[in-house]
Design a protein around this ligand. Structure first.
Ligand code: NAG
Ligand code: NAG
Ligand code: NAG
Ligand code: NAG
Ligand code: NAG
Ligand code: NAG
Ligand code: NAG
Ligand code: NAG
Ligand code: NAG
Ligand code: NAG
Ligand code: NAG
Length: 826
């Protein structure tokens, strides 16, 4: 907001006060949907409602078109209406694409090009416009297309070049999807009189099992119909009105679909309205007719803008002196947290018992860390529906999902992290209609019952987990089957999952045995600590650090994975690090980075690593040597873990190291896949200065990137504010010197969720040097074990006489449970 710089000090302070009264009307202007549209961000850049099922955009054929469109100069293959956002792997969805022609050569439909592979054309680079609820692009053919959406319905407007006046524009509708996964027996029928096209096709999910059927219903307006019909492969005919088409030979779906030609090419263009459903063609047609009854583009667009305005309104800023690009970075990150998951309530053919149904949880391994926790602040009502949906999915499918897309079970990457999400929502007080007893049953089932096929739900190796206290490398497991890799990262995640179950049991009450059992299992991470494990760089140089987690066989012998394998600096590009069955004992990351993944017991980990100073040294090394990969979610918490070592200043420094250097408001501005908004939430929560340790009632405090930030709770209507005194837009003064909470001195370096619901005010006085604020043992966030080895200097923490500080957010103590013995066990 450079314009404010020149005004007087008096006016400035007035402006700061006024900011609290802002209602968020203007926040939409800071959303740039094209952030992450290149360089593998894979975001969905098009038009959608918050959590909308209809997601309209131009699809391109570039290598990273997972979200449909990219700014990487691919050619446009069509305009489809379902998408995911930020996912990796195969492109997701992209079903039922339109493609426009101003005219067919020689006025012969057969001379228009129908197959996707040959019809695709470039777009005019400067023609792309994207804003909430809107996307526009002009093809090299001169056809200008813009689009907006309602919940299940997209409205596309095709404007043909003036030169095509007098000709007969054609739109085709293709029974295809982005990854060419269509199966046999897709159908389309075309109504000669009304022009309506409806049909269905079976597709495969992009990262999961099984298949699903999508239905559509398309209508047209703006010009009289000249003729219509179907196409199959390269040929079309107006005398055939329906088609049933096979997948075909050669593993590539035969092109097939419908077409319509118009008698004229009006200046206002022709409108194509298409609704999708997972239930039936009739339901798609009903949605279309009720959601966009009159093909009114502006009304539909305005409704989408209003919906987004409301979703972006809880958080307001005073951004005096801060470059606008940072504000854009912030609100665009927030925007992306609400594109996925998608609200498919009323669209679930598998069951409908009146509960909400959300889909495109893609995947919880990504979103449990900060995206869904962010929604507990910004959109708790939506999160409540999502939690109900997860629990309801457990009731009908037998398990909480781990990754779920288009009604299908997606692949599990690590632990049963829905446990963390449920615990997070429970601890933060979400209630409205959530059946928490059933929710608790669901997380206990994850911990106790092994699915026959743990590819996609629950956990594997539970006998070993219960009896040995770790997942062995090359486990013997005859009860359930899944990819037998990731023994270290799965053990660490299972341990934290159990920690979260203990937390839920503790807060639910009356479950003391469970609290004890799961608290005990939550310390299983200790069983994979190999205290003499060394780590050498790939040039042979000793990192100097000793003691890492390591895989362990059933017989107790250590496995031997180099701690730097699968790190960013691993020079071996053929190393297999993901879900392949030749993968490592850590998933998509190194033993080095997983060496910090003990979110429930940082005090215990710090002791193990030789005290806070050594812990900080190791954490610095992880970041400074580029071992961590900030483009993947396991890195998120490591940015802020300095808090636990009594060095909140270093978390602030590290946050500014990564933002905006690695997260900038440019097309190529994301360091990795956005993963349904996970990266967006990392940006948003880092910049707002409160980062969650998910599953716990804990936000780690760093100074917001803005002079002040206010968050109005959509539940209580109260407004929480964080205000920086001595705010420095050049970010040299990013160190908290002192703080007050509601006017009282506040020395803890973390705060709990009541900050938001009760609308508290946190004032942080900043300086250019690290201070002693938040460094004493009694200032540190809760942890299962006792903090030890802190000695009273900055970087040494307090002298440790302050007594025990455990988790449970200071709300309920583990009073009846003997954790002393557990915590000390090794
Ligand atoms: C928001 O503020 C704008 C201008 O400040 C005002 O016109 C509008 O009515 C307000 N909206 C609400 C919902 O308060
Ligand atoms: C896009 O299409 C144009 C011609 O239509 C072709 O020359 C170009 O190679 C295509 N680009 C890609 C990336 O396929
Ligand atoms: C397609 O239809 C045929 C005949 O109607 C049937 O035998 C086949 O199972 C169907 N295939 C699929 C994938 O539905
Ligand atoms: C198309 O041509 C007709 C007459 O041929 C004219 O009335 C109309 O304005 C033209 N429309 C456009 C968009 O040029
Ligand atoms: C989800 O969709 C249902 C049915 O349309 C609606 O009632 C509900 O408000 C939606 N929830 C959210 C969070 O948008
Ligand atoms: C333990 O099992 C591993 C893996 O099968 C094997 O390499 C190792 O030799 C065994 N150790 C002992 C002591 O038997
Ligand atoms: C790189 O990794 C591959 C796959 O694990 C392995 O086969 C190969 O030996 C490794 N190369 C080197 C130089 O270590
Ligand atoms: C880490 O990577 C950055 C570029 O991403 C580079 O500038 C820096 O030198 C690297 N640091 C080390 C220690 O390799
Ligand atoms: C900040 O620290 C530097 C040395 O790191 C010192 O020179 C300077 O005086 C300190 N400033 C304040 C205000 O303490
Ligand atoms: C206290 O910790 C600091 C920082 O780690 C260290 O430099 C110092 O030597 C420690 N002092 C004592 C008395 O242990
Ligand atoms: C240790 O901490 C306690 C309480 O915080 C304090 O009273 C005491 O003076 C400290 N001792 C030393 C040696 O710093």
């Amino acid at each position: 907001m450079a314009g404010i710089r020149g005004v007087s000090v008096l006016f400035l302070s007035l402006a700061c006060k006024l900011v609290k009264a802002q209602n968020g009307t203007d926040n939409l202007q800071y959303v740039d949907q094209l952030i992450g549209s290149a360089n593998g961000g894979n975001v969905f850049a098009g038009a959608t409602l918050p959590y909308g099922m209809a997601k309209a955009v131009a699809d391109v054929d570039s290598g990273s078109n997972q979200g449909g469109f990219t700014t990487e100069n691919g050619n446009v293959t069509g305009f489809s209406t379902m998408h995911d956002s930020g996912t990796g792997g195969s492109p997701s969805l992209g079903n039922f694409a339109f493609f426009p022609y101003a005219a067919c050569p020689s006025d012969d439909v057969n001379q228009c090009v129908f197959p996707k592979k040959s019809r695709k054309i470039p777009y005019q680079g400067d023609s792309v416009k994207a804003s909430p609820g809107y996307f526009a692009i002009t093809l090299s053919s001169g056809v200008a297309v813009d689009m907006t959406t309602a919940q299940h319905t997209s409205l596309f407007r095709f404007k043909f070049p003036a030169a095509s006046n007098g000709t007969s524009p054609l739109l085709l509708l293709d029974l295809t999807d982005l990854s060419d996964s269509r199966q046999d027996n897709a159908t389309i029928s075309v109504d000669a009189d009304t022009g309506r096209m409806s049909g269905s096709a079976r597709f495969l999910p992009s990262f999961g099992t099984g298949n699903w059927v999508g239905y559509f219903c398309a209508d047209f307006k703006g010009a009289d119909i000249r003729d219509n019909g179907i196409f199959a492969n390269t040929r079309a005919s107006a005398s055939v009105k329906s088609l049933k088409i096979s997948r075909s030979i050669n593993n590539y779906p035969l092109p097939g679909g419908g077409f319509i030609r118009f008698k004229s090419s009006p200046a206002d263009g022709v409108l194509a309205r298409i609704a999708v459903s997972l239930i039936s063609e009739e339901q798609a047609c009903n949605s279309a007719e009720s959601e966009i009854p009159n093909f009114d583009f502006d009304t539909t667009h305005n409704a989408a803008v209003d919906a987004w305005r409301e979703k972006l309104s809880p958080i307001t800023l005073s951004a005096t002196g801060v470059d606008k690009s940072l504000i854009t970075n912030f609100y665009s990150g927030i925007y992306r947290t609400m594109v996925n998951p998608q609200n498919y309530t009323g669209e679930n053919p598998k069951w409908d018992d009146g509960e909400p149904y959300f889909d495109s949880f893609y995947c919880l391994w990504d979103s449990f860390r900060s995206q869904l926790p962010f929604l507990t602040i910004n959109d708790p009502n939506a999160l409540t529906e999502m939690l109900r949906s997860l629990i309801n999915t457990y009731e009908h499918e037998g398990w909480l999902p781990d990754c779920r897309m288009t009604l299908s079970k997606g692949y599990t990457q690590g632990g049963s992290n829905a446990d963390v999400i449920l615990a997070d929502g429970y601890i933060k007080g979400l209630k409205d209609g959530i059946d928490w007893d059933t929710g608790y049953d669901a997380v206990v089932k994850d911990a106790e019952v092994e699915p026959y096929d743990w590819c996609c739900e629950g956990r594997g190796g539970l006998d070993s987990w219960h009896n040995l206290g770790y997942i062995p490398t090359q486990d013997f497991d005859y009860k359930g089957f899944g990819t037998m890799t990731r023994s270290v990262s799965r053990s660490l995640e299972y341990a934290y999952n159990d920690f979260c179950i203990a937390a839920m049991a503790n807060d639910l009450g009356g479950r003391d045995d469970d609290v004890k059992k799961y608290t005990e299992r939550s310390s299983n991470w200790r069983n994979l600590y190999k205290k003499d494990q060394k780590s050498f760089l790939f040039n042979g140089q000793d990192t100097g650090f000793v003691g890492f987690f390591q895989g362990k066989y059933l017989n107790g012998t250590w496995h031997n994975q180099d701690p730097l394998w699968c790190s960013t600096i691993d020079p071996n590009s053929s190393r297999v690090c993901s879900l392949q069955n030749t993968g490592q004992e850590t998933f998509e990351s190194s033993l080095w980075e997983y060496g910090f993944y003990v979110p429930g017991d940082q005090a215990g980990l710090i002791s193990l690593y030789g005290g806070p100073a050594n812990f900080v040294k190791r954490l610095d090394y992880l970041h400074d040597q580029n071992i961590t990969y900030i483009g993947n979610e396991p890195s998120f918490l490591t940015v802020f873990q300095y808090h636990y070592a009594g060095r909140p200043a270093l978390s602030a420094l590290r946050s500014h190291f990564y933002i905006p250097r690695y997260f900038s408001p440019t097309h190529a501005g994301l360091p990795g896949n956005d993963d349904s908004g996970a990266m967006g939430s990392f940006v948003a929560m880092s910049m707002m200065g409160l980062f969650p340790n998910p599953g716990q009632n804990v936000y780690l405090i760093t100074p917001p990137y803005f002079e002040s930030i206010s968050i109005k709770s959509p539940v209580t209507g109260k407004t929480a504010t964080i205000r920086n005194v001595n705010f420095d837009p050049s970010y040299a003064a990013i160190y908290v010197q002192s703080a007050t909470l509601n006017g009282e001195p506040y020395t803890k370096n973390w705060i709990d969720h009541s900050f938001f619901t009760e609308g508290k005010e946190l004032v942080l006085t900043l300086g250019r040097n690290e201070s002693s604020w938040g460094t004493r043992v009694q200032d540190l966030p809760p942890s299962l074990s006792e903090y030890t080895g802190f000695n009273g200097t900055i970087g040494g923490g307090n002298n440790g006489t302050a007594g025990r500080f455990r988790r449970w957010g200071g709300v309920v103590g583990l009073k009846d449970v003997d954790v002393e013995g557990l915590a000390g066990r090794l």
